[in-house]
Structures are given as C-alpha cells and as structure tokens.
Design a protein. Structure first.
Length: 141
C-alpha cells in the first residue's frame, strides 16, 4: 500500500490503527482524518435547533482543539485534516479524494443493543469501501 487513510476519533483503537499502519507500511503516505459527526453537533437540542451563535462558537472551539490533536498524532510527512459529515460516508469520500489504496481504522467493538442502536462506522466502511480496510480493536484490560 502506498497511500493509507486512518480515520480517527482519538480512541485507543484509532491510535492502534495508526501505529499498525506505520508499522506494516512504513513507506506509505498516511493521511489522518477526523470526521465531526454532523448529527451529533445538534444532539443537545431536541428539535435540532438551538441558539445558532452558541453552536457556531462551540463548533469553532472543537475544530481548533481537534486540529491541535491531529497535529500531535501525526509524524513528519503525514497529512491530517477534518471534515463535517456522516462518518462512514465522509471516510469513504475522503479516502477517494486522498487516493487511498487502504484504510486502517479502529472499532469500539459494540455488541448487542448498543450495536443495533448505533451501528458501526467501521462495518459500514468495510461493506462499502472499494479498497481494503484493516479494522483494529484496542486490547481490553
């Protein structure tokens, strides 16, 4: 693999996915992506509408903090960026834009009702991706 996309939610499993990509494909160009889940941005308001200026200010702060975290995660030569959207769709779109020939991503390993309720971004990406996807789970203690 020459170009690998590593989507991150800054979880332990996402960190392991990034480390594995670096280890298995040391010569690859790595892109680290964070997706702001658009639906979660409006979750505090039952009707989906809140004071717009509060949401915009909170969003600016989150985006600034996320950019700093992305820079901390990346090593020299790695790209990082963030987008807003539905996570699985955004990951697939950004993988295409980045011309990734592989995706390494973490999973939380939800089961049962939680999985039924929330689904799995990793599962959606695996099912729809035209390129190989490596799904990594953090070791449970």
């Amino acid at each position: 693999m020459k170009r690998i996309l590593v989507p991150t939610d800054f979880s332990a499993s996402a960190q392991k996915a990034l480390e594995l990509a670096r280890h298995l494909c040391p010569q690859a160009k790595i892109g680290v992506l964070h997706v702001f889940d658009a639906s979660a941005m409006y979750a505090p308001y039952a009707d989906g509408i809140g004071p717009l200026y509060l949401m915009e200010e909170a969003n600016k702060g989150l985006q600034t903090e996320t950019l700093h975290r992305l820079r901390e995660w990346c090593q020299k030569g790695e790209e990082s960026w963030q987008v807003v959207g539905q996570p699985a769709e955004a990951i697939l779109r950004e993988a295409k834009e980045f011309q990734a020939d592989g995706i390494f991503m973490g999973t939380h390993g939800r089961r049962g009702f939680s999985h039924l309720l929330f689904g799995s971004v990793a599962e959606q990406v695996v099912r729809q991706s035209p390129v190989p996807v490596m799904v990594v789970r953090a070791v449970e203690h």
